[in-house]
Write a protein that binds this ligand. Structure first.
Ligand code: AMP
Ligand code: GLY
Length: 429
């Protein structure tokens, strides 16, 4: 089968790496891809290729699919899903992994997601939504701080403020309505502030059924000790040692309820949970694989990803049986100096081969590009250094050992990925 994967992040490198391993993959294209997705070895002796396509440009994607006899299109990021790219490709008769726009609204509109959760009794924070600043500010004054202010639409992960004071919350409301997030902020969702460790559960969803992947835990703040600004994610591990069996069962049941409510959904549903003292509650749904969660989840999947994705896309849930390795996986993100603020690009990257020579270590690229035959930085999050081992400590040590071997000017990383999990639940109090 010829496969096209849309996207260019670490997530898409991890997805396409898993697809490349399958003997079912005859040709693999990544659009636009990054420095790591070009030239991955395929089981048939071929190699993956990057294609300079815009993942939201339906006409060009369709032409490419026709010319290259594409049998499966995998859509990585949320923007094309929310924009209806999956709908358009399906209408043209293609097999597509990723939900249609109607279901992608679970990520595209926070208000839609909250209404969905209310309707289907899915535990989440109490909320109210507003289309004007004055009533929103009045609600904030009534509720008091801490309180969470969210732009309704897609804001590249930047539209959420967890306000510790009333003044900060009022400021966030005003910023939204003054256009800080453009159209995405013309509606504002205000939520009760929940407390507890966060945990992601990604699930293959098709035919109203959920096939959960192992839980993982992201580190969203830029600096050690969960300080500094929010980022796309600075590190992650899987599974999550602090999750109890009871919490795990509750998360699985919540994903079952969500899947049953979207029978036409064909793709990954991402449950972002907070493990509160009243049980796991949903912070947000995403309609795609997480980044960097995918980088620690898919290397542990022992089942052929092409089989799983085809079954999801076709809606043949009876064909899905997932097997996982018993390994622990830890991923440390190497970022450019200044990220998540402004940063320079074009710094030469060295040492990836040495890092990957450590058994169990794999480096997934994010913001990298090939320039004049050299691998250079091309984004904020540059590399995902992933290590697998039979203990959590072993995986963590190996990931950091590998990070030391990789270099580029301005390399920035958190030194405490997984540290709280090693200490235990008390470190979240
Ligand atoms: P989101 O973009 O909705 O995932 O929100 C980004 C981050 O904000 C989450 O990962 C949480 O850390 C935090 N957050 C969002 N909603 C809440 C909430 N209701 N209570 C506490 N923290 C929240
Ligand atoms: N790691 C968070 C996300 O993918 O949304």
């Amino acid at each position: 089968m010829n496969i096209l994967c849309l996207g260019s992040g670490g997530r898409e490198h991890a997805i396409s790496w898993a697809l490349a391993k399958s003997p079912k993959t005859d040709a693999l294209y990544i659009a636009p891809g990054n420095g790591g997705t070009e030239g991955m070895a395929l089981a048939n002796g071929g190699a993956s290729q990057n294609v300079a396509l815009d993942p939201t440009d339906v006409k060009t994607i369709l032409d490419f699919c026709n010319e290259h006899a594409i049998g499966l299109v995998v859509i990585g990021p949320e923007a094309p899903l929310v924009a209806g790219v999956a709908d358009a490709l399906r209408d043209a008769g293609l097999l597509v992994y990723g939900p249609n726009a109607a279901e992608a609204n679970l990520e595209g509109s926070k208000e839609f997601a909250k209404q969905f959760m209310d309707k289907h009794n899915i535990p989440t924070a109490a909320y109210a939504s507003f289309t004007a600043a004055e009533p929103a500010c009045e609600y904030v004054r009534e509720q008091g701080a801490p309180i969470v202010i969210k732009a309704d639409g897609l804001a590249a992960g930047k539209g959420v403020v967890v306000a510790m004071t009333e003044e900060e919350a009022l400021e966030a409301v005003r910023a939204c309505f003054e256009g800080a997030f453009g159209e995405a902020g013309s509606k504002v969702v205000i939520e009760e502030c929940m407390k507890g460790p966060e945990c992601s559960m990604l699930s293959f969803v098709t035919n109203g059924k959920s096939f959960p992947m192992a839980p993982s835990q992201d580190h969203k703040r830029a600096y050690d000790g969960d300080n500094g600004p929010n980022t796309g994610g600075m590190g992650v591990y899987s599974p999550v040692p602090i999750v109890t069996d009871d919490e795990m069962a509750q998360m699985v049941a919540i994903m079952d309820d969500a899947a049953a409510a979207v029978p036409d959904y064909r793709g990954t549903l991402y449950g972002g949970f907070m493990l509160t003292d009243k049980g796991p509650k949903i912070v947000e749904f995403n309609v795609r694989f997480g980044d960097p969660e995918t980088q620690v989840v898919l290397p542990r999947l022992a089942t052929d990803l092409v089989d799983v994705m085809c079954a999801v896309a076709e809606g043949t849930s009876e064909d899905i049986a997932l097997n996982w390795s018993d390994d622990w996986a830890v991923c440390v993100v190497l970022a450019s100096e200044g990220y998540p603020g402004s940063y320079e690009k074009g710094k030469v990257i060295t040492g990836i081969e040495d890092a990957e020579a450590i058994p169990g270590v794999r480096v997934f690229h994010a913001g990298t590009a090939l320039k004049d035959g050299k691998l250079v930085t091309a984004g904020g999050r540059v590399l995902n250094v992933v290590a697998l081992a039979d203990t959590f400590e072993g995986a963590r040590d190996k990931a950091y050992e590998a990070c030391k071997l990789i270099d580029f000017e301005g390399k920035q990383l958190r030194r405490d990925i997984g540290l709280k999990a090693l200490i235990g639940r008390s470190s979240w109090e």
